[in-house]
Design a protein around this ligand. Sequence first.
Ligand code: NOJ
Length: 531
Amino acid sequence: MEFAAESCLLHKSVFFIILMSLCLSAFMGAYSRTENLSMNQNSESSSPFPSNFLFGTATSSYQVEGAFSSDGKGLSNWDVFTHKPGKIMDGTNGDIADDEYHQYQEDVGLMEEIGVNSYRFSISWARILPKGRFGKVNKQGLDYYDRLINALLRKGIEPFVTLTHFDIPQELEDRYQSWLSPKIQEDFKYYADICFKKFGDRVKYWVTINEPNVAVIRGYRIGIWPPSRCSASFGNCSHGNSEKDPFVAAHNLILSHVSAVQLYRTKYQKKQGGEIGIVMDAIWFEPFSNSLEDKLAAERAQSFFLNWFLDPIILGKYPSEMKEILGQDLPEFSKYEVEKLKKNGIDFIGVNHYTSYYAKDCFFSECEPGSGASKTEGFALYVHDKNGISLGDKTTVDWLYVRPQGLEKMVTYLKERYNNLPMFITENGYGEVEDPNSTTRDIVNDVQRVNYLSSYLNSLAKAIRKGADVRGYFVWSLLDNFEWKYGENVRFGLHHVDYGTLNRTRRLSALWYKHFIAQNLPHKPPTLSIL
Ligand code: NOJ
């Protein structure tokens, strides 16, 4: 399989393209034989993906846009954080990133080549409101997103827009500690209002917040992301309380979310006809053993990681395990807030799924030192092997283990818990650390990424066949981009980016995805005639 893929790489000429397509066919044949992913299974007649399914790619503002202080943009929390020494592993930042702010047309062209029918991107809050609600709206910021949305629509690509993907105006942090203050709820609503009003005539899919669970754990519990808050026993921070702040921040995130949803429902949805949801990081937790204690730990892990947000947003209350364990440390919703939550549920759950972990009990037993576990919740978040055997293939990214069956399990779990509410897989992708000595051939020959994507899509297909209402799938990411703490060193792209020249080079996975989409969305033929 590797030989088939490797032996046909690497010229930008037509010759190269023909060779790549031949190579890809050989590769696909080999792949479907060896991995039992029959392409017939996804053929026109038997594709499990409905004909209006969204196949897309995803990015976020801070990770791709660059232009961090151009055209009136204000500083975001990530602009400030990455400029502090020692915060980012390779010392890079998102000042330029992929420069999508200037190269968006080229990037839309890359999507067109693949044949995606949707692009998930986020709006930079600080580009629209450089000082949050304490300053003026930046017209040049609005103009940029107008241009991007129009360029997408011209190519038949549906914009799928997130209002905040970890980056917020620094002003909100400086003035009132952002998510730690209830003040942010009105500010978020004010910002959402501007976006719905300006772009809602063309944007039909809105995400309020990306992965609030991750933002809160990394920013307020272990302190490795802005605003760098944690207790001494959880990390290296100068201030913060890891046992309390995350729950306060989460509470304000939930209430900010619901304020934006309520606004959309009452003022815009009828007229604009769109949908609104939230995106969660959804790790699948396997019990470490068959013991009742580990099974309960896996349930607690889901509650403390995922249902923490989804239960209030969908059911109007925190999970019972959280209430029992946290008591007073878990903020309470007022009667009015409960009503507001219940009345303003979401239209879809956005699921970011990459990996699975074991959940190992330490509620009824002692937590292993160094496992990252807290006695409070009683499980360790990142256990990935048992007696030296990993629960999925290791990658060069420390947190990423390849376990495709986790996606089917995750989707099925959500289907059952939330009454088959529509879902979008808003992110799924394969990251790797780039070896500085790699040749162009190595860089584009991303066979592992192809294997990863096809096996996860296969797993998703199984869940859909069993009745899960999944309406779209987005590969993270269209192109290599600024991977937060890891900087430019970890790459997830269907396209390689040379950060010196900003040249984009198509990887094998982009061709594979093109082929996959063409087989599963037969009504939208690929634009390139080679496949
Ligand atoms: C999820 C986040 O939303 C995204 O920003 C990040 O780059 C990917 N995971 C990969 O880590």
